[in-house]
Structures are given as structure tokens and as C-alpha cells.
Design a protein around this ligand. Structure first.
Ligand SMILES: [Zn+2]
Length: 260
């Protein structure tokens, strides 16, 4: 089967500055995300790339028409209700709320900030797959070095778990921060090796990275590059990746495996 590239984006209110003690209004959180999303979707349409957007129900509710039109070409999945708060009923409630907005079924869930969650809550909320695991070690956040690295069926809950991609030997994360901070040829080389080994590549980024973050009091490794220069770097990555396989949504990929 053809190798698949799964580009996924966490479509959330831009609450990251709050983590660094930098105040930002709800309105500005939405504006940054929306500006970035515009730049990102232009790029995805230019190359006709379907992607998966994990959106918070809060964001979806404030941007109903936008989410609905996004769902015409992309998969919409849940990123819970809010990005900064969590309640055990949120996976269920967010699914219902987002489905009502887009008028389509939602299959996937990703926990904000990849926080640990009891997988049975996701299963009971009616999802087919979970994508809340980055199978690596991120100091201060999580240590998932001993969880399964690749897509699998969680036999206990009968839910498909699709972790984001890491390199196979040392589990180097191929997430957004690596893409920004290591030279592109090295990052691309690791992606290529991962897709050759695993036959799929699962990456994640955020639409707000496509907006200019220079004015925010954030660490350099988060805001450099952002906006136009981030978008340029991302376009180079797309051009290289498309030589390695076909872009697909997660549900489209699972469908091709006969899993959804
Ligand atoms: Zn997120």
C-alpha cells in the first residue's frame, strides 16, 4: 500500500502566552489562530492536501462558518472543549457540539497538550480513535518512552491509538518544536526514515504558528520561525514530503486499513 503522510493541526485558541505569564485576551487568542489558519489553508489548497484538524469546541463555536467550510476538504476531530481547562465530560460534550456545527460525524480525539487521559473516557464518548500520545520524553510534560510507538488497537478499550511520529530508535520527537529548531534537511531526513520504516508519518503543528508571533513575550524556540518564515519552511517540507507518499486525513488512512 502507498505510504501515507498524516498532517494534523491542533486548532485551538492561542492560549500559549498564558503558560509563560504573558496575558492575552480571548479576542486576541482567536485572532492569532485565525490569521495563521488563513495562511495555512491557502498553502494546503495550493497543493490540494487533505489534513486533520483537532479543534476545541470553544474555538469551533466562536468560528462556526469557518469550521464548517474547513470540514468540506479536511477532517475535523475533537481537541476537547477548552485548551486550558478539562472536565471528564468534555470529550463527550465537545464531540456532540462540534458534530452539530459541521453536520458530520467525528471520529478522533486528541487531548489538549497531550495530557494523560483514561482511554475508557474517550471510548465511552463514542470516538473511533485517539491521538493523545506523543511516544517520547518531554521534560516537565510527559514520559511516554514505554508506551507503544506505532498505531495499534488498544485491546482493553478496543479503541485505535495513533501516536504522533517519533524516530524509531531513540524516539526523537518529530513534532512542531523539532521542525522549528533543527535544520530542515536533518528534520526531513528523520521524517523520511520514519515513513520508510512505519509506512506512515504522523506530524502535528498549530495554525497559530503560521501567524507572526514576534510581538509576544515567548521563548525564541517557540516563536522562531513563525508567520511568513514558518510558512515558507513548511512549504519546503511539503514539497519534500510529497515525494515520499500520499497526504491523507487520519480517518482516510484508517479507512484504507479497514479500521473505521
Ligand atoms: Zn493543543
Amino acid at each position: 500500500m502507498e505510504r501515507r503522510i498524516l498532517l494534523t493541526f491542533d486548532l485551538e485558541e492561542f492560549d500559549l502566552p498564558l503558560e509563560f505569564g504573558c496575558p492575552i485576551s480571548d479576542e486576541d487568542q482567536m485572532n492569532v489562530t485565525n490569521n495563521g489558519l488563513q495562511r495555512l489553508t491557502r498553502l494546503l489548497s495550493k497543493y490540494n492536501i487533505p489534513a486533520t484538524f483537532f479543534t476545541t469546541a470553544f474555538y469551533a463555536d466562536k468560528n462556526r462558518e469557518l469550521i464548517k467550510s474547513l470540514s468540506a476538504n479536511h477532517e475535523i476531530a475533537s481537541h476537547s472543549k477548552y485548551h486550558s481547562e478539562f472536565n471528564e465530560t468534555d470529550p463527550f460534550d465537545s464531540k456532540i457540539e462540534i458534530e452539530r456545527i459541521i453536520g458530520k460525524h467525528i471520529y478522533g480525539f486528541r487531548m489538549p497538550k497531550f495530557r494523560k487521559i483514561d482511554i475508557s473516557i474517550i471510548k465511552e464518548a463514542g470516538y473511533s480513535y485517539d491521538s493523545s500520545i506523543n511516544p517520547t520524553f518531554i521534560p516537565g510534560r510527559y514520559n511516554n518512552l514505554f508506551t507503544q510507538r506505532k498505531i495499534h488497537l488498544d485491546t482493553w478499550s478496543n479503541l485505535i491509538e495513533i501516536p504522533v511520529s517519533v524516530s524509531s530508535l531513540i524516539r526523537f520527537p518529530l513534532f512542531w518544536l523539532s521542525f522549528k529548531n533543527i535544520p530542515l534537511p536533518i528534520y526531513y531526513h528523520m521524517c523520511k526514515t520514519a515513513i520508510q520504516k512505519d509506512s506512515y508519518l504522523h506530524l502535528y503543528f498549530h495554525p497559530w504558528e503560521f501567524d507572526d508571533l514576534e510581538s509576544f513575550n515567548l521563548p525564541w524556540y517557540i516563536k522562531n520561525p513563525s508567520g511568513k518564515s514558518f510558512s515558507g519552511r513548511f512549504e519546503k517540507l511539503i514539497l519534500k514530503l510529497r515525494k515520499t507518499g500520499a497526504f491523507s486525513t487520519i480517518s482516510g488512512y484508517l479507512d484504507s486499513l479497514g479500521s473505521v
